[in-house]
Design a protein around this ligand. Structure first.
Ligand SMILES: Nc1ncnc2c1ncn2[C@@H]1O[C@H](COP(=O)(O)OP(=O)(O)O)[C@@H](O)[C@H]1O
Ligand SMILES: Nc1ccn([C@@H]2O[C@H](COP(=O)(O)OP(=O)(O)O)[C@@H](O)[C@H]2O)c(=O)n1
Length: 228
């Protein structure tokens, strides 16, 4: 009996471009699974901090990997992130975690460990497809995915969207943090330019529903049987 893998829709892009919210809605509409890979880097940063370890020291970060008991579901309607028994779904969105996550994500051993984890979650997806979003999905995690998309938007628009969802944090601080994080992250992987074969969806002038429709349009163009 041959093994049938799910159809992988790989989505990359900078912070605030809509990767997470748009991918989740696309998955919901198509009956696919959804994997937010950034959540794992955030949860590891949370775990490193909770272990009292300096996020700036790569060797100490690596020493936290064996005790990192990470769990995430792929049902877009039941999104929840756990480290051991602790539900960290909300805690990992804290600006304090956003401020340190890039330090954890730049460690090569961390990336190797999490990339393997993502590939095993993808291989075990029980539905017909899975939308996987992050920074290196189209290039490293699933470069052979049949659908590969770079979701972008101008920095001003991304900052405005991100600061609109923060409470008690000034728009300026949110903007500066987003800019710094993209700068640090893009030294590790290039998610600002589309690799060969990757389709760019620029949501600067699109509202949320139009962006979802644009992504589904790209999927339909390459995999018509996946979209009815
Ligand atoms: N095309 C769009 N138009 C307006 N708001 C959007 C659009 N796409 C996403 N958003 C909103 O922008 C915010 C950031 O989106 P998110 O999915 O968290 O981005 P990312 O995962 O790329 O960081 C969310 O509040 C989301 O609802
Ligand atoms: N595939 C990925 C996904 C996220 N990340 C890291 O994880 C962090 C959080 O990712 P995220 O997708 O939750 O960030 P947002 O774009 O949603 O703000 C990023 O700033 C990167 O440092 C990564 O290195 N590779």
């Amino acid at each position: 009996m041959s093994v049938v893998f799910p159809l992988v829709v790989a989505v990359d892009g900078p912070a605030g471009s809509g990767k997470s919210s748009v991918s989740k809605e696309v998955a919901r509409r198509l009956g696919f699974g959804f994997l937010d890979t950034g959540a794992a880097y955030r949860a590891l940063a949370w775990h490193v901090e909770a272990s009292g370890v300096d996020t700036d020291d790569a060797a100490s970060v690596v020493s936290c990997l064996p005790s990192f008991a990470y769990r995430i579901g792929t049902d877009p309607a039941g999104y929840a992130v756990h480290v051991g028994e602790v539900d960290v779904t909300t805690a990992i969105r804290d600006p304090e975690i956003s401020a340190v996550v890039s330090r954890v994500a730049r460690v090569p051993e961390v990336r190797t460990h999490l990339i393997e984890l993502f590939r095993s979650i993808i291989a075990e997806e029980p539905t017909a497809g899975i939308v996987v979003e992050g920074r290196d999905i189209t290039t490293v995690v699933a470069p052979d995915a049949p659908v590969r998309i770079l979701l972008t938007a101008s920095e001003d628009v991304r900052i405005a969207r991100r600061s609109a969802e923060l409470v008690g944090d000034s728009a300026q601080a949110a903007g500066e943090q987003l800019h710094r994080r993209d700068e640090a992250d893009s030294k590790v992987v290039d998610f600002m330019t589309a690799a060969d074969g990757v389709t760019t969806v620029d949501s600067t002038e699109l509202d949320f529903d139009q962006t979802v429709d644009a992504v589904i349009g790209v999927i339909r163009a390459t995999q018509p049987e996946a979209v009815r």
